[in-house]
Design a protein around this ligand. Sequence first.
Ligand code: NAD
Length: 416
Amino acid sequence: MAEHGAIFDAMLQEFDGAARLLKLDPGIWRILTHPRRQVVVSCPVQMDNGEIEVFTGYRVQYNITLGPAKGGIRYHPNVSLDEVTALAAWMTWKCAVAHVPFGGAKGGIICDPTKMSRRELEALTRRYVAEIVDLIGPEKDVPAPDVNTNDQIMAWVMDTYSMHVGHTETAVVTGKPVEMGGSLGRREATGRGVMVVTREAAAHLGLNPDTLTIAVQGFGNVGSVSAHLLSQTGAKVVAVTDWKGGVYNKAGLDIDRMLAYAAEHKTIDGFPGGEPLSNDDLFGLDVDVLIPAALENQITAENAPRIRAKILAEGANGPTTPEAQKILHARGVFVVPDILANSGGVTTSYFEWVQDRYGYFWTEAEVNQRLDQKMREAFAAVLATSVKYTTDLRTAAYIVAISRVAAVTKLRGMYA
Ligand code: NAD
């Protein structure tokens, strides 16, 4: 591997723990701990001031054993080959847990999109796609949005690819606008999946899923949809925080009103339906469920001992540090890990790809019903594995994922 840094090491730690319990064949172990392809490209862009800047972009296909590689494209100044490779590996395990026929990939460009005009972003996106055009495609690798990329950028990806191959190819990318082959239900899919696994976890623990009390960190796509859908099931969302502040109401927050408030004010800070609450206090609340749906590394060795929730449903990617995980495990908190809890997004991306290739589109109710079923199956498989191996759900999710990829690797055999 060209570069092997701290983020990839963190992925390896999780992988190794599960692989040991699974008694994974050493040869397969070696294969699954190496990225299949790492591509680095230089993307020259003429900026609005006339100068030419050259941006570095990456696309890593970590594993393509189960099907085309799948994973987002991230625009951020801190993007590195190490990060993109680790994220591509995590996508491999997430797709395998979700039981969709995809491998794992990730892409990224080192840039600061907050300082770029729309024209510069479009030019950068198109040049990046042109550089990786032979690598991607509906049968090869299907990008999607990630940090700082959105449906407009996916529309440019789709258009650039289509221009190169000479025909319209909607299935090359997911997370597109619905008008051009995006799926109904995709926007809400990750939060919907969080809602489904939260209810499954509650039922497993003997709690009534219809009367849960819930605290949510983050009120963006994942946090707001999770809060909204759970409140519709009868659960009481008592606390929500975001980057600016938070709100607490013991009797339950009115999430419909909060959505309207957030749309207007771009934050929930100052929402009139409760008392102010800090992020730090959110973690110590006496609730049934805590849903981190903001950033990575929010639950740490410092705040984990104060967490009183019975269930931690990881809407965000990597919200819990390894030290905090140990503390939560020892304290009996039931953690539904990110690669399971937030896999509703990639599952519905799979549905989008299926609909594009079929050329036949499902109703939102059909999408939601299929997602519900996939999420429950994934939860059941991970839970059964955690019982079989007497381990936590995170390790169990890795075991499920690794066994699925390992089984197909063995069946396909070694091509040499
Ligand atoms: P988003 O940008 O829509 O929302 C992020 C939210 O977090 C915002 O409400 C923001 O105010 C809040 N936030 C930021 N900094 C905070 C802080 N310091 N304290 C408290 N809140 C803070 O992002 P999103 O799409 O909802 O993604 C959230 C997480 O879920 C990320 O980890 C992302 O990788 C993960 N995820 C998202 C999807 C998806 O489909 N959107 C899928 C899988 C995983």
